[in-house]
Design a protein around this ligand. Structure first.
Ligand SMILES: [Cu+2]
Length: 109
């Protein structure tokens, strides 16, 4: 009886460890890219915010009017910075990649 309990506990531990590493993996596949764009007013921001989040693989979009930067969090396996750049250009703005930042788990910051 006691042995059975130990096995059940071990299985439960194994299961939760498995789902944890799956979450960890998902996090690793997310990347963030910053574009310097030609947005110059609230309307531009609205246009970006209304359209860009619907691009394939886009998880999060942030616009900063002061710096004209558009920050996009995306899934690496579904899109890439070139496609995101074209997506912004399709909306009528210029977009220059400011550098790709990976977000691995446990990054110092
Ligand atoms: Cu504008």
């Amino acid at each position: 009886m006691k042995k059975h309990l130990i096995i059940t506990t071990a299985l439960l531990l194994l299961f939760s460890a498995g789902s944890l590493s799956a979450q960890e993996k998902n996090k690793k596949e997310l990347s963030t890219v910053k574009f310097e764009t030609s947005i110059d007013c609230e309307n531009c921001v609205n246009t970006i915010m209304k359209n860009l989040p619907f691009e394939k693989g886009v998880r999060d979009v942030k616009c900063d009017l002061a710096t004209k930067e558009v920050t996009v969090q995306y899934q690496k396996e579904k899109t890439d910075t070139g496609k995101l750049k074209r997506a912004i250009e399709k909306l009528g703005y210029t977009a220059t990649e400011k550098g790709e930042k990976q977000k691995p788990a446990g990054n110092k910051k």
